[in-house]
Design a binder for this molecule. Structure first.
Ligand SMILES: N[C@@H](CCC(=O)N[C@@H](CS)C(=O)NCC(=O)O)C(=O)O
Length: 181
């Protein structure tokens, strides 16, 4: 059975969602952040030297990096290709919550560039590759939801609706029930 090493609060919730979508059995190991430093506890470094979540273990294989985990899980369990029809078209986003005199002008322009692109790509579709939910939505929904939390989605009402649509999926709700206390 797959084990998901899940750090609260962080992006591994989106890996739990992925596992729920493909309806695979998994065991959840939950780690809580140090409330003062907000860093992962040392136990996560006992699993993998980087001490970052998500980490999955499956059949003797240990895998880190959300994108790599998504590819692995989809190629192994989405054999009907419901969530990864052909090639992925994942966009990469840079985000910054801190105003920095040098970085902020760069990152603000980059954020606009990428969100405009995601918004255009979404168009009037329900999901990022069309009206069907696919594996690409795990990555896009993560960055768009982070942007929403950082108050970066003003002027992008379609992206707000998109996040709500993703988060109302039954599998996302199941992931919340299991992976968020
Ligand atoms: N590139 C990695 C990033 C992993 C990562 O930085 N995870 C954060 C949680 S969102 C973490 O574990 N932070 C704990 C720490 O650095 O102490 C991925 O996409 O999986």
């Amino acid at each position: 059975m797959i084990t998901l090493h899940h750090l609260r609060i962080g992006r591994s919730l989106f890996t739990a969602w992925l596992l729920e979508e493909v309806e695979v059995d998994y065991q959840l190991k939950v780690y809580l952040r140090n409330p003062e430093t907000m860093r992962a506890p040392p136990e996560l470094k006992e699993v993998h030297p980087l001490g970052k979540s998500p980490i999955i273990e499956d059949d003797g294989l240990m895998l880190t990096e959300s994108g790599a985990i998504t590819s692995y899980v989809l190629s192994k369990f989405d054999t009907a290709h419901k969530l990864h029809p052909n090639q992925d078209d994942l966009a990469v986003l840079i985000r910054s919550g801190v105003d920095h005199p040098v970085i902020a002008p760069f990152s603000n322009a980059e954020i606009k560039l990428h969100f405009d692109h995601i918004s255009t790509q979404l168009g009037n579709n329900d999901y990022i590759l069309g009206n069907e939910f696919t594996g690409a939505d795990f990555g896009i929904a993560y960055v768009v939801s982070m942007a929403e939390r950082l108050g970066q989605l003003d002027g992008y009402p379609k992206l707000k609706t998109y996040v709500q649509r993703c988060m109302s999926r039954p599998a996302f709700q199941r992931a919340i029930e299991r992976a968020v206390e």
